[in-house]
Design a protein around this ligand. Structure first.
Ligand code: PGA
Ligand code: ZN
Length: 439
């Protein structure tokens, strides 16, 4: 699919800059700024994951152990200021698709390893902002594909953290609350914050820690996922909401690639489980708790398991591929043809350009797959994904707890968009799967 084109005037760059800054985990990342000859500028902060899929576009890190334990990004910054800046300043450009394709060519590797996906995605996002601004449009309006109506997404607040995002024994990585039944985006944000507050009180009352994980959710010392779900369902009720699709539903990202061993077994709370056991466990969980969405319920290399899981739960639960699809249009197309999952997680830095991200979303739309726009566990205050989720009309965004500046920045951006354009609809693109209502 062709992303929105720039103005009739060709784009001429005067400046392409990169700065090594810190992300929310205290690790180096890039801030990229571009400027056109007409004075219009655009900037972007690059996110960074911890539970990454093996086929993701590759971040370039310096590996120099004397700085930031090898995690520095001076090489990636130099690639932006050097090779990429030279390319962009070499001639005038028609649109973002042309710029992104040229950066992919210049890199020359399948996974953007040479220049670095962090370098390329930062430039791509900054260019998208600058082009939108040059056209006098809000980023979300500019990102809206032809024929798609923008819509404010249901925010998915990650309020209990486990897995590699927290130092507790909980194997499942993310327990999210999704105000599917809210009447508007501001009411959804309010529900998220009120349930988060109720959960804090409940954890304190029960003697659990209220320390936080990487995405701002609580990280209590629990091991069984059902214990976390029990607490969450109680907190939703104590905050005055109905637990379920008519009020506040629950979404899970077990991030199962992280707890599947080389022997093919999944280890949950010390128990070794087969793929079939996991599917049975999810079937029980969705009967017992108002879980409407499961992301990465099985590992990225367990395609047979994914197919079986989709056959078992796909008609009533949104099954989202993250590590398994890595926002890659070709992998998503393959999954659609094989009936694997029914939705894709969308992370711009996972594929490495805005153009390819929009392509992945278009592949999903054509195949009837939902799209769930996502932050990374390492973030900056950049709010690009709030605009992407709104402009694409996909109806779903996850960007952590309703706490911590880098997470809240995205929710606050949605509130700003709502205030500027109160007529925008709020909610899922096509409503929850039918039988989520009749659990
Ligand atoms: P990551 O985790 O950003 O650490 O990869 C997010 C996710 O798994 O969805
Ligand atoms: Zn995930």
């Amino acid at each position: 699919m062709i992303p929105p084109s720039a103005s009739a005037e060709a784009l001429q760059f005067s400046q392409v800059e990169a700065l090594e800054i810190l992300d929310s985990r205290g690790r180096p990342t890039l801030q990229v700024t571009v400027a056109f000859a007409n004075g219009v500028t655009g900037a972007a902060g690059v996110p960074s994951g911890a539970s990454t899929g093996s086929k993701e576009a590759a971040e370039r890190r310096d590996g120099d152990q004397s700085r930031y334990r090898g995690l520095g990004v001076l090489g990636a910054a130099a690639a932006v200021r050097g090779e990429i800046a030279d390319l962009l300043r070499s001639h005038r450009w028609r649109d973002l698709a042309e710029i992104d394709a040229a950066m992919i060519d210049l890199d020359g590797t399948p996974n953007k390893t040479r220049l670095g996906a962090n370098a390329i995605v930062g430039v791509s996002m900054a260019c998208a902002r600058a082009i939108a601004s040059a056209e006098g449009r809000e980023l979300w309006e500019w990102l809206a594909p032809a024929g798609v109506a923008p819509q404010l997404p249901v925010p998915h607040f990650n309020v209990i953290n486990g897995g590699v995002h927290a130092p507790n024994p909980l194997d499942f990585q993310e327990f999210m609350i999704a105000p599917l039944g809210a009447s508007s985006l501001p009411e959804a944000v309010r529900a998220g914050a009120e349930v988060y507050g109720a959960l804090r009180s409940l954890l304190t009352r029960k003697g659990h820690s209220t320390g936080l994980g990487d995405e701002g959710g609580f990280a209590p010392q629990l091991s069984e996922p059902e214990q976390a779900l029990e607490l969450l369902t109680t907190a939703i009720g104590e905050a005055g909401y109905t637990a379920g699709p008519q009020g506040v539903a629950i979404a899970l990202d077990p991030a199962a690639s992280e707890f599947r061993g080389g022997d093919g077994y999944y280890t949950v709370a010390g128990q070794k489980l087969t793929s079939a056991d996991m599917i049975e466990r999810y079937a029980q969980i969705t009967r017992r708790f108002p879980v409407w969405l499961i992301e990465d319920g099985l590992a990225e290399d367990d395609w047979d398991g994914w197919q079986a899981l989709t056959g078992r739960l796909g008609d009533r639960v949104q099954l989202v591929g993250d590590d398994i699809f890595v926002t890659n249009p070709a992998i998503i197309a393959d999954a659609i043809s094989r009936g694997v999952g029914n939705a894709a997680l969308i992370k711009v830095n996972q594929i490495g350009t805005v153009t390819e991200t929009l392509e992945a979303m278009a592949v999903c739309r054509r195949g009837g797959y939902a799209q769930f726009v996502s932050h990374r566990s390492g973030e900056t205050t950049d709010t690009f994904i709030a605009d992407l989720a709104t402009g694409s009309g996909c109806g779903e965004l996850k960007t952590g707890a309703p706490a911590r500046g880098e997470r809240v920045a995205k929710y606050n951006r949605l509130l700003e968009i709502t205030a500027a354009r109160p007529e925008l609809p709020y909610g899922l693109a096509s409503g929850p799967p039918p039988s989520a209502h009749e659990r």
